[in-house]
Design a protein around this ligand. Structure first.
Ligand code: ADP
Length: 405
């Protein structure tokens, strides 16, 4: 049966969506509403049917409820029909240690996501607004929450524990959670398939390099370590976030008159590539580099060096390494960055094939036949993964177990 799943990804001022057939991976429609609730400007919509026609508009969307109404209107007027949608899958950023799997949304689940807002103050409120708006708009369809953190709930205690006071860990839930879980789940499984051996034995590293970036070490389908932590700030150098820092920085800057709120804001929005070069767009960083800009040179070196350090660390964590995947905007598209990372990994016997790295199908190996570890580009498919997980969660709930919505 060709189930249809509507996948929603609600950000603070955006609502992205895809209508998919999880069994065939077919995308029937996709789009977004952006600039929701931004003062002094109207929201923008873009709705694409299949691989074809795109409808764009400027509309009023004061909040996520308004944005959801616009999305339903686009499906009703432009198509395709949402009749027969089996489920709505919602991306939810933080599931804490409570949610280890996709979960049918009930009022209790909504309360639990609300309870996790202190851990993800920038993301969970928007996710909740999206779920509530969608539930009101599509009340007869089951809604399933798919958590960015869930895939990392298999981390062993030595990987997720911070060596901080017990009270912080127990009363304030301080630990590594990790993010980008749906992408890491999809890409690690896909890479394991591509490597040809049993998926259950594959020991792989996934480098998800988009605006946000994280690495994950996955053994036999279970994540054993990941670079983002309590929040998405930790780990790799990202578009606007610095990744790893000395925790003393907060106190040092506070003593120099920088309030905690400014510190937090700067680390989330003005650091990383933006802080180093003036732009968070990696394509622009590469243009600056080509023009001989020294800040861009330093930024690319820093990004590649940090990535190579994580690969080295995760090779040790895994014990043996069967493959590495680059994914997301930068990972899939920047051959120079991939080359810069692999150039630092000679110790692992990794040998880049410059021709395969430069061009080929979106999903391809980029190392030579004799490379000790094959490295692949694997396009991520977060919406497909959310749709498949949402459907699987519903199928796992037998009719008798299905709670009242
Ligand atoms: P998000 O985390 O917002 O989903 P993406 O996965 O779309 O981000 O990645 C966005 C990043 O990918 C941006 O820094 C962008 O410049 C970069 N990117 C996209 N296409 C290319 C390309 N052809 N070459 C280099 N970088 C690219």
């Amino acid at each position: 049966m060709n189930d249809l799943v509507l996948v929603l990804n609600a950000g603070s001022s955006s609502l992205k969506y895809q209508l998919l057939q999880p069994d065939s991976s077919l995308v029937l429609a996709s789009g977004l509403v952006e600039r929701i609730g931004e003062p002094g400007t109207r929201a923008r919509t873009r709705h694409t049917v299949g691989g074809g026609s795109t409808t764009e508009g400027e509309v009023d969307a004061p909040d996520h409820t308004g944005a959801m109404a616009l999305v339903l209107d686009l499906f009703a007027t432009v198509g395709p029909s949402l009749d027969g949608v089996t489920a709505v899958g919602h991306r939810v950023v933080h599931g804490g240690d409570r949610f280890r799997a996709p979960t049918l949304v009930t009022s209790e689940v909504l309360a639990a996501i609300e309870d996790l807002v202190p851990l993800a103050p920038l993301h969970n409120p928007a996710n909740l607004a999206g779920i509530r708006a969608a539930q009101a708009a599509l009340p007869d369809v089951p809604h399933v929450a798919v958590f960015d953190t869930a895939f990392h709930q298999t981390l062993p205690p030595h990987a997720y524990t911070y060596a901080v006071p017990q009270a912080w860990r127990e009363e304030h839930r301080v630990r590594r959670y990790g993010f980008h879980g749906t992408s890491h789940a999809y890409v690690s499984r896909r890479l394991a398939e591509l490597l040809g051996g049993p998926v259950a034995d594959a020991q792989v590293i996934v480098l998800h390099l988009g605006n946000g970036a994280s690495a994950a070490a996955v053994a036999g389908g279970r994540c054993i370590d990941t670079s983002m932590g309590l929040s998405p700030l930790e780990g790799l150098v990202m578009g606007t976030r610095p990744g790893d820092l000395d925790p003393a920085l907060a106190g040092y800057l506070a003593a120099r008159g920088i309030p905690l709120a400014d510190y937090d804001h700067a680390l989330n929005t003005a650091s990383g590539l933006l802080g180093l070069t003036g732009t968070n767009d990696f394509r622009e960083v590469m243009s600056l580099l080509d023009a001989g800009n020294p800040d861009a040179r330093l930024a690319v070196d820093l990004v590649a060096y940090r990535l190579a350090k994580y690969v080295g660390a995760y090779a040790v964590a895994l014990g043996s390494l069967h493959g590495i995947a680059f994914t997301a905007g930068i990972g899939e598209h920047s051959a120079p960055l991939r080359a810069a990372v692999l150039a630092r990994l000679g110790l692992l016997g990794i040998r880049l094939d410059p021709r395969r790295n430069a061009e080929g199908p979106p999903e391809r190996p980029i190392t030579t036949q004799d490379s000790a570890v094959p490295v692949w580009v694997v396009p991520t498919a977060e919406e497909l993964e959310i749709a498949q997980q949402a459907l699987a969660a519903l199928q796992a709930l037998s009719a008798s177990e299905m709670p009242r919505l």
